[in-house]
Design a protein around this ligand. Structure first.
Ligand SMILES: *[C@@H]1O[C@H](CO)[C@@H](O)[C@H](O)[C@H]1NC(C)=O
Length: 295
């Protein structure tokens, strides 16, 4: 058995601690020049007393009068039911009940150095869904095996984000009243298939096959996401599902190619060097372990 020394354990503990709010504690808030209030790792949990904690408030003007966004807090028309299914809007968190203080939901993971909802549409949890669509890499009708690990190489459907050019899963926000399974399928269709070669006739795409394919998925992750847009009062949560095309006869047969000005989309080979947006690399690693693929 391999020995683990104390140094390794300390390093691991430090790494794990850093994983909380690392993305959302970078100094300036995305799409703004608002600087987050500086706090140390120890000051993140709400139950740790930080008497001088006085974060700036930021609420993007973009959100005003948008049908998909909540009204400002304090608006007399806004009577949210926190921690509940509020009409069509799911205000429940995957991490259990969150605290509401002075009419504002509190980030379940702790302080972020900024209050308000930033650029997020909803106060409290903002629900997203990330489909991880995978197939085996094939050559001459055979699975490609990596000679070092002796394991087959997995590929997943990746899109290139327009804002930061980073590769990511074709995920998106769960629309009000929509089931997560529907969001996963819609996002894949919209972001990946609609971007296929313009020459391809849409009618060639067998929608029934796609619908059936998206019925069988396995849950990879459900919960809070360490996202740069998170604030003390609004945060991202996601459900990640893996849809694996074992024989490549379903969505795996589609050649993913972006049109002229469309987003880039492709089947990306998976190994330990992939560098993806936000927590997406962790989701992929979980899928790799599950399917016993090369890493
Ligand atoms: C196989 O995996 C090893 C180790 O991860 C890597 O260095 C190598 O480039 C891979 N081989 C091919 C042909 O991709």
């Amino acid at each position: 058995m391999r020995k683990i020394n104390i140094k390794t354990i300390i390093l691991l503990v430090m790494l794990l601690k850093r994983m909380v709010h690392t993305k959302c504690r970078g100094s300036t808030y995305p799409f703004s020049d608002i600087v987050r209030f500086k706090i140390s790792d120890e000051q993140v949990p709400w139950n740790v007393c930080v008497p001088d904690y006085d974060p700036p408030e930021y609420n993007s003007k973009v959100l005003l009068n948008k049908p998909w966004a909540d009204p400002p807090i304090g608006d007399c028309s806004f009577k949210p039911k926190w921690n509940e299914l509020d009409g069509n809007i799911n205000r429940k968190s995957h991490s259990g009940a969150y605290t509401v203080l002075n009419g504002r939901p509190l980030n379940p993971e702790g302080r972020t150095g900024i209050k308000g909802r930033g650029v997020l549409g909803k106060w409290g949890p903002n629900h997203a869904a990330d489909p991880i669509v995978t197939r085996w890499k094939m050559e001459h009708n055979r699975k490609v095996i990596n000679s070092t690990t002796n394991l087959p190489v997995l590929q997943f459907c990746a899109i290139q984000r327009k804002d930061c050019k980073q590769w990511a899963l074709p995920g998106g926000m769960v629309d009000p009243g929509e089931k997560v399974s529907e969001t996963l399928q819609r996002e894949f269709l919209e972001e990946a298939l609609n971007n296929m070669e313009a020459s391809k006739d849409q009618s060639e795409i067998d929608t029934k096959m796609i619908k059936d394919f998206f019925k069988e998925g396995s849950e990879i992750y459900k919960g809070y996401v360490d996202d740069p847009r998170n604030t003390d009062n609004a945060w991202m949560e996601t459900v990640a599902y893996n849809f694996h095309d074992e024989n490549g006869h379903h969505v795996g047969k589609f050649d993913l190619k972006a049109g002229d000005d469309a987003q880039n989309v492709k089947w990306m080979d998976i190994d330990k060097h992939i560098d993806l947006y936000a927590s997406h690399s962790n989701f992929i690693k979980t899928v790799v372990d599950k399917l016993k693929a090369h890493w």
